[in-house]
Design a binder for this molecule. Structure first.
Ligand SMILES: [Zn+2]
Ligand SMILES: [Zn+2]
Ligand SMILES: [Zn+2]
Length: 337
């Protein structure tokens, strides 16, 4: 090895060393050096939808709303000039503030006199004092009420707003969830741009070793990122596969009601998307899809599958002529770059 070659080698080595040190000390943009990114399959929740049927929410019994309770903490009353100040303190146990109305009663010898408050805001977990003045009391009843020991009152809340169900978010149904098989429920996966799992805790020696290994690798092979193949997609669970396609096309996922009908997503232009994890999708599927689009008054749709039978063109023409619906077929391999 001549002098020139040694110098070139050393320059290469130093550049490589700087690269590796910056990589292990957390310079990766994608993961901010943590080595972990949010799991694409579950968006970091650690849970994914399953094909199990949905259940009615047991908390709101499917109504989507609940009638909240506001606890009465104390009640007291005071007489004034032909009027009674009826007070109570109330605490809202919910996590959201709610509006309600207080009703006060003054119980006379034969008649009960009532009055109500304005609508009052009850913030969460705070004791609120409410006073309602009852003053429509005639003279003779007032004489009886104002006698010592006769004053009898009551205060309670009414017309309390209902709250959106906290368990189902107001849908009335619960979608069963399973642990995400990509991140095992942690919500995170290893960052594909850096493998800073190793090296992060290591010292100078580790960095040196990595630098040498890295130099050998760099100077012998070109590193290529592993691509997803059609075979990988076939082996995925339907939900992982569906997520992959939805992310790839940057489309919006359909609501659960639509996905039951066979619409899995929508493009920004409102085209319906059906995702099939199967081969030989034929005219029957296309007609079925066209039928749903027609019922939902959607003019364009895209069917995705691994491949299609020749007879789909018959159905595509049929859908155009009979329903005036344009259906496009897309093979999954076109989405793999
Ligand atoms: Zn990274
Ligand atoms: Zn996950
Ligand atoms: Zn509910």
């Amino acid at each position: 090895m001549n002098r020139k070659k040694i110098i070139t080698f050393l320059i290469f080595f130093v550049i490589e060393l700087i690269f590796v040190i910056s990589a292990v000390s957390g310079q990766c943009d994608r993961c901010s050096g943590t080595g972990k990114i949010i799991c694409y399959n579950c968006q970091g929740t650690g849970k994914v939808q399953t094909s199990e049927p949905v259940e009615i929410c047991e908390y709101c019994l499917g109504f989507g709303v609940i009638q909240p309770t506001i606890t009465k903490k104390s009640a007291f009353a005071q007489t004034g000039d032909k009027e009674v100040f009826v007070s109570g303190t109330f605490e809202n146990d919910q996590t959201d503030g709610i509006y309600g109305m207080a009703i006060a009663e003054v119980i006379g010898e034969t008649t009960t006199y009532t009055n109500s408050s304005e609508r009052i805001y009850f913030p969460p977990n705070e004791e609120i004092l409410v006073t309602v003045i009852v003053n429509n009391i005639p003279n003779d009843d007032w004489n009886w009420i104002s006698k010592f020991g006769n004053l009898k009152t009551n205060i309670y809340l009414s017309n309390i707003d209902s709250l959106s169900c906290p368990l189902c978010g107001g849908d009335g149904i619960l979608t069963p969830l399973a642990t995400c098989s990509i991140c095992y429920g942690t919500g995170f996966t290893d960052c594909p741009d850096c493998n800073s799992n190793f090296g992060l805790t290591g010292g100078v020696t580790t960095i040196g070793v990595i630098a040498i290994i890295g130099l050998v690798i760099l100077s012998t092979i070109i590193i290529r990122r592993r691509k997803i193949t059609e075979k990988d997609l076939r082996k995925m669970s339907f939900y992982e596969y569906q997520n992959w396609i939805i992310e790839k096309l940057s489309v919006e996922r359909a609501q659960i009601r639509d996905s039951r009908l066979g619409i899995d997503g929508y493009t920004k232009d409102g085209e319906a998307i059906q995702i099939n994890q199967s081969h030989n999708v034929g005219k029957a599927e296309v007609y079925k899809f066209a039928n749903i689009l027609s019922k939902k008054k959607i003019r364009r749709g895209i069917i995705i599958a691994f491949n299609f039978n020749d007879d789909v063109f018959e159905a595509i023409n049929g859908a155009r002529q009979h329903f005036r619906i344009i259906i496009e077929t897309v093979m999954v391999k076109k989405l793999i770059d």
